[in-house]
Design a protein around this ligand. Structure first.
Ligand SMILES: Nc1ncnc2c1ncn2[C@@H]1O[C@H](COP(=O)(O)OP(=O)(O)OP(=O)(O)O)[C@@H](O)[C@H]1O
Ligand SMILES: [Mg+2]
Length: 294
């Protein structure tokens, strides 16, 4: 007699399992080795970034943050390890395929790097002219929207030399966003900006993430930025030439959750300090405590 079996039913994946199986990270870096010539800068870099999340790359000066961005955007060829975008290998793709994949990338380099002979409007228009079939009028419209987004409305006809460093950086951001990229790479976007402009930039990054679902990779040392924008982070350590942390910085900063070097970085060397940008624990209690008279 056949034994009734519900094994078929049992084998059906649950919705959660199905979602997990379907889950493909936007960015996947596997055992990447970074270096210049025969010099190995860092090895075994492995991390993932979920689509629509902000990854912050942290670490001391000279540890290899900008170099990692160069690998991620294809400016440096991967020799060991692999980089995948949405499950598709970028590092093993042909040069033509890489160019195709790079079309969804928007990049702001550490120096801001605008074309000095072009006005801000012309700088932002350049990728639109290169990669789209938009008419001159449509391009002008997109350009003014992007410049307005970074607070540079009215500066369309200015040349880079005629504006401040912070404004140049914001113009660089507008150019990086020109094509509504699915992936944005920013190398120290708020360095050299005043705290208010820097805060606006963080808000802009969060708006891009939340309204357009953009996946964003940001190199930054600024603690308020790290704690306000990062969904996840990695920490590169020059001393051990390893990535020594991966996770939400709000968790990594807690005692015992990460290498002491990471905590020290996030607390700026003072373990007794409350992380800048994070609400103090029991803050409401502190405020509600009655004042001692006398
Ligand atoms: N083109 C290059 N050729 C050889 N070595 C390089 C090159 N660019 C960078 N390096 C070296 O690689 C290391 C990492 O440099 P990188 O610019 O990635 O550091 P970083 O973490 O971005 O530093 P910072 O915070 O100062 O911007 C440094 O020691 C640097 O001297
Ligand atoms: Mg750098």
């Amino acid at each position: 007699m056949a034994v009734p079996s519900d094994s078929i039913v049992e084998k059906q994946p649950t919705p959660a399992e199905r979602r997990a199986a379907d889950f493909v990270p936007a960015i996947e870096v596997q055992n990447l080795e970074m270096g210049y010539g025969s010099y190995v800068l860092m090895s075994n870099i492995t991390f993932t970034v979920t689509a629509g999340e902000v990854l912050v790359i942290m670490g001391g000066s000279g540890c290899g943050k900008s170099t990692l961005l160069k690998y991620l955007i294809g400016l440096k060829e991967v020799e060991k390890g692999e980089i995948l975008y949405h499950g598709r290998s970028f590092s093993k793709a042909s040069p033509e395929e890489q160019v195709e994949m790079q079309r969804i990338f928007g990049v702001l380099y550490q120096g801001g790097a605008l074309w000095s002979a072009l006005t801000l409007a012309e700088n932002v228009a350049l990728p639109l002219e290169q990669y789209t079939r938009l008419s001159a009028r449509e391009i002008a419209e997109v350009v003014s929207i992007k410049l307005a987004l970074v607070g540079l409305k009215g500066f369309e006809e200015f040349y880079p030399a005629e504006i401040s460093g912070g404004m140049r950086k914001r113009a660089g951001l507008a150019r990086a966003m020109a094509l509504d990229p699915g992936l944005l790479f920013f190398d120290e976007p708020s360095a050299g900006l005043d705290p208010i402009t820097s805060r606006r930039l963080d808000d802009l990054i969060l708006r891009l993430r939340d309204s357009l679902g953009t996946t964003i990779v940001v190199v930054t040392h600024e603690l308020p930025s790290i704690f306000s924008i990062a969904d996840t982070s990695i920490f590169l350590d020059a001393e051990t030439k390893q990535m020594i942390a991966h996770g939400d910085p709000r968790e990594l900063v807690k005692e015992g959750r990460s290498d002491p070097k990471v905590r020290e970085f996030l607390l700026r060397g003072d373990p007794a300090k409350t992380p800048i940008g994070l609400p103090r624990e029991n803050e409401s209690e502190v405020h509600s405590r009655p004042k001692v008279q006398g």
